[in-house]
Design a protein around this ligand. Sequence first.
Ligand SMILES: Nc1ncnc2c1ncn2[C@@H]1O[C@H](COP(=O)(O)OP(=O)(O)OP(=O)(O)O)[C@@H](O)[C@H]1O
Ligand SMILES: [Mg+2]
Length: 296
Amino acid sequence: MTASHAAPESRPPAGSAPLLEARSVSKYFGAVVAVEDVSLAVRAGQINCLLGDNGAGKSTLIKILSGVHQPDAGTLAVDGQPVRFTAPRDALDAGIATVYQDLSVMPLMSISRNFFLGNEPTTGFGPFRHFDAGRAAAVAREQMRNIGIDVRDTDQLVGTLSGGERQTLAIARAEYFGARVLILDEPTSALGVKEAAIVLRHAISARNRGLGVIFITHNVQHALPIGDTFTILTRGRSGGTYARGELDAAELHRLMGGGAELEELEADLEMLAHREARGEEVPAVPLGAEADGGMA
Ligand SMILES: Nc1ncnc2c1ncn2[C@@H]1O[C@H](COP(=O)(O)OP(=O)(O)OP(=O)(O)O)[C@@H](O)[C@H]1O
Ligand SMILES: [Mg+2]
C-alpha cells in the first residue's frame, strides 16, 4: 500500500462529473431544520469528509444521498445526471453503499449470514433451493481477508465481534456488492485508537481503488489525515467545502462551532490541574451535568 497521505495517481481527469452529488438539498422534520440548502459532491478516488457537531444534520444528509429520506427541496445527481431515489434500493442499484451509524448488521447472525444479508447465494433448484452456506463462508472469509481481517470462523456471531471488525465487515460487504460510492456514517466514533486506525486505513484503500468515499465524523483528528475535501455542517447549514491543506485542526474546530467550547474546556481543565497541584479541593461535577458535551 502507498503511504496514507499520498494522493493516488489513478485519479480521474479534473472536470469529469462527480459520482454522486447533492445539489442544494433541504430536509425538514416538522419545525426542525435538519438540512437546509446543502451541496456536496464526491468524485472517484476521493474522500470527502463531512464534519459537524451532534445534530448538525450529517446523518440526515447521507440518508438523503442513500434513498432513505426524500429531500424537501434540491436534487441529487449520479455521474452528473439528475436522479430521484425513492428507496434505499435505488441508491444501492446506482452503486451507493452506506454503512449507517447504527450499523446495519444483525448481532445474532453469523459473519457469513451478515455478509450476504438480503443477497444470499443459493444452491439447488426449485423447491430444493437453499442457502449455500459453504459458498457464503468462503466468499465472506476471502473478502474479509482482502481488507486485512483474518476470520477464523465465519460462523462466529457478529455480536461477538469488536466495533472495528463490524465496521470492516460492513465495508467489505459494500465493496463486494459493487459499490462505487462508500458512505461511512461515524465509523470511528465508538472505537479505540487502534481500531479507528484500521477503519481509517480501509477508507484510504477504498479511495485508492477508485471509489468515492463520504466519511462522516465529528473528530477532526480522524478527518484531517484522510480527507481530500472537507464539508462542514452547522445546525443543518453548510459551513463550506474546503480542499486538503486549506484548513488546520483549529480552523476546522472553529468552523464546526466548537472552537469556543474547546478553549473554555482547556481553560477549565488547566484551572482544575492548578488547584489540584496546590492541594486545593476540586469541586465534583454533578453527574450528567456535562452529558451532551460532544467531546470525542
Ligand atoms: N426522523 C427524524 N424525525 C425528526 N427529527 C429528526 C429525524 N432525524 C433527525 N432529526 C433531527 O434532525 C437534526 C439533525 O439530525 P442528524 O441525525 O442528521 O444529525 P447528525 O449530525 O447526524 O448528529 P450526530 O452527530 O449526533 O449523529 C436533529 O435535530 C435531529 O433531532
Ligand atoms: Mg448522525
